[in-house]
Design a protein around this ligand. Structure first.
Ligand SMILES: [Zn+2]
Ligand SMILES: [Zn+2]
Length: 352
């Protein structure tokens, strides 16, 4: 079978790999759709080191049908079941985070597609070791949700966690979402579902081509381009008025955003950082202490995020479809990565 394989920092090959063998405890998933994520771009363009020993198949946002089930696997899983992977590939199962079911926060977590084989291929193995203690590493896809839409569960649960669970949004509050990639857009959707009175999306001029429309569809009441504004802090305060911004989601990651966000987030507000950058902070953080602002790091989601987002998608309140810009056959992966890099697409889905 063909796979998009990460062979080193910024080294990607489209090549033949062995179909995984199903052990007695494993499940083999036939991949029907796999989304290109921002972290895939970091690997692809050499901005981030592979998180595990190379080579491995990339892609962590994948959905499909169960093709094979090992004889020791819980009988709740059967061939033909439609499922989406939560993309945890391994965890210790016993640390404080695992004991709570927060497997993403396990120090020994392996991520399918980021540190071990993932979904940019036809078949992927869900390891039996993990299935023994983490049944929800696979989630059933509701009948009215397509495989393509189901791949969006990863960023959707991520945004939900950032805004609702970590950010603690209360209905009526004003939210800023910095960055309008998939995580930013899904954070906007979560803020809208959580009852934000105003949602100010901040992107770049280049986002106006495709992502601004999705941001507005997902509930952004305002769209600002950071390279069009002279004074972003003043502009945000003008829009927010006296109430001020209660919650800022940094889904872009540049260090300057934290400095700006501290200035436009109101006293006792919160800033949740999802975005990534290896650049250092060259600013004083005194004002975040003076303003009693909470700044929180954020990684992924937990089972509550997945459960609630699937329920919201099933009942039609969470739109997983509008963010999908296009579907491409797997062999056109390079085109998909380029469209994502140039911000011409909000989300590209690859079909094996
Ligand atoms: Zn992702
Ligand atoms: Zn653990």
């Amino acid at each position: 079978m063909k796979a998009v394989v990460l062979c080193g920092k910024g080294q990607v090959e489209y090549r033949e790999v062995e179909k995984p063998v199903c052990g007695d405890d494993d499940i083999i998933l036939e991949v029907k759709a796999c989304g290109i994520c921002g972290s895939d771009l970091h690997f692809y363009y050499g901005r981030m080191d592979p998180l595990g020993p190379v080579p491995f198949t990339m892609g962590h946002e994948f959905a499909g049908v169960i093709a094979e089930v090992g004889k020791n696997v819980d009988p709740c899983w059967k061939s033909g079941d439609r499922v989406v992977s939560e993309n945890t590939g391994d965890a210790c199962g016993t640390c404080a985070a695992c004991s709570k079911g927060d497997f993403v926060a396990c120090a020994h977590r392996e991520t399918m597609g980021c540190s071990m084989d993932g979904g940019f291929t036809s078949y992927v193995k869900i390891p039996g070791k993990l299935l023994k203690f983490y049944k929800n590493c696979l989630w059933r896809i509701p009948e009215n949700i397509s495989f393509q839409e189901a791949t969006l569960m990863d960023p959707a649960a991520n945004g939900y966690n950032a805004v609702i669970q970590q950010g603690g949004l209360k209905a009526g509050e004003i939210v800023v979402v910095y960055g309008v990639g998939a995580l930013g857009l899904m954070s906007i959707a979560a803020a809208n579902l959580g009852g934000a009175s105003k949602i100010i999306a901040i992107g770049m001029h280049s986002d106006r081509k495709s992502r601004e429309a999705v941001a507005r569809k997902y509930g952004a009441t305002h769209f600002l381009a950071s390279d069009e504004e002279d004074d972003m802090v003043k502009k945000v305060w003008e829009i927010a008025g006296e109430d001020g911004v209660a919650l800022t989601i940094d889904a872009a990651g540049h260090p300057s955003i934290t400095e700006t966000a501290i200035r436009f987030t109101r006293n006792e507000g919160a800033i949740v950082r999802i975005g990534m950058s290896s650049l250092p902070y060259n600013c004083s953080l005194d004002s975040f202490a003076m303003k009693n602002i909470r700044i929180m790091g954020h990684m992924g989601y937990n089972q509550e995020s997945w459960r609630n987002c699937l329920a919201l998608a099933e009942c039609g309140k969470l739109d997983l479809k509008s963010i999908i810009s296009c579907e491409l056959p797997l062999e056109e992966y390079h085109k998909g990565f380029e469209m994502s890099r140039k911000q011409e697409a909000a989300k590209v889905i690859l079909i094996p």
